[in-house]
Design a protein around this ligand. Structure first.
Ligand code: CP
Length: 310
């Protein structure tokens, strides 16, 4: 029997149930434990094609590193201005061409709906590496994997999500994903950066959450604090950005008020919302999180490319 992910697109975590998440987590555990020679058989002779229409450090590099660790190769466009998109080539044609040269296509694009559309024209499975303000499904997978790894469970935890909840696509994927678990979620943001009302109806169907604006008052009982950057590039009006810029800064003084075993996460990149002074504390897990990103993406690629799974 083939595994659930074989030759399938990964466009949205809304297509996942708890079993699917657990399937990827188990595969990630296996990838980490595997002998490197055995791991290099999982994508031997296969090519990953990436198309990044927006900047990236972690997602693109971790996909490339993951593919290399599986014995495969990567080709791609890291900067769309150096591709024929600059001459006016459509997204559909760009994706179609990449899918002729590769076994799996990874796309990041500034438009909501771009990945769903691209999956329809791609000849090969398509993985969404970030679509507009809408979703970043592989980030949610690695976020849940990090919580499970660092806290031993997801159910029953008090999870605070802090910062730009309006434009941060990692937030939406994380909230949809957490809907499959029994977590207590607190959303902490400036009033103008609350979760978008067009998404709350769907999120509330599966997840109970509360909303707050004051960071200090709402941190003391949390098991996980997931901090996000204010997404300057998504603001239509820079005056609105200036009003909320620097709203939250997590530093040593706030850490003292938090639970001893709280974990601090961030999808990265960070600006000033987490002090560098926290980096060496046992609570800071954002670099572990980025490392698990490579492992989780390797597991996902191995599942998509191998009928029998791992
Ligand atoms: N977390 C994340 O998506 O990082 P990059 O934008 O660097 O890929």
């Amino acid at each position: 029997m083939s595994n659930t992910f074989f030759q399938k697109d990964i466009v949205s975590v809304r297509d996942f149930d708890r079993e699917k998440f657990e399937e990827v987590f188990k595969a990630t555990d296996k990838v980490i434990e595997m002998n490197p020679n055995e791991r290099r058989e999982l994508a031997r002779g296969k090519t990953l094609g990436y198309l990044f229409f927006e900047p990236s450090t972690r997602t693109r590099l971790s996909f490339e590193a993951a593919m290399a660790s599986l014995g495969g190769t990567s080709i791609g466009i890291a900067d769309a201005s150096s591709s024929s998109a600059k001459k006016g080539e459509s997204l559909a044609d760009t994706v179609r061409i990449m899918s002729l040269y590769s076994d799996v296509v990874v796309l990041r694009h500034q438009l909501d709906g771009s990945s769903r559309f691209a999956a329809e024209v791609s000849e090969r499975p398509l993985i969404n590496a970030g679509s507009g303000t809408e979703e970043h499904p592989t980030q949610a997978i690695l976020d849940l994997y990090t919580i499970r790894k660092e806290k031993g469970r997801i159910d029953g935890l008090k999870i605070g999500i802090v910062g730009d909840l309006k434009y941060g696509r990692t937030v939406y994927s994380l909230l949809y994903a957490l809907g499959n678990y029994r977590a207590n979620v607190r959303l902490i943001s400036p009033p103008s950066l609350k979760v978008r009302s067009d998404s709350t109806y769907e999120i509330r169907k599966k997840l109970a959450y509360t909303e707050a604006t004051d960071l200090e008052e709402n941190l003391t009982d949390l098991d996980v604090v997931y901090v996000t950057r204010i997404q300057k590039e998504r603001f239509a009006d820079m005056e609105e950005y200036v009003k909320v810029k620097g709203s939250y800064k997590l530093g040593p003084e706030l850490l003292k008020k938090m639970k001893d075993d709280v974990i601090i996460m961030h999808p990265l990149p960070r600006l000033d919302e987490i002090s560098h002074k926290l980096d060496s504390t046992p609570n800071a897990k954002y670099f572990n999180q980025a490392k698990y990103g490579k492992d989780a993406r390797a597991a996902l690629l191995a599942l998509v490319l191998n009928e029998k799974g791992i």
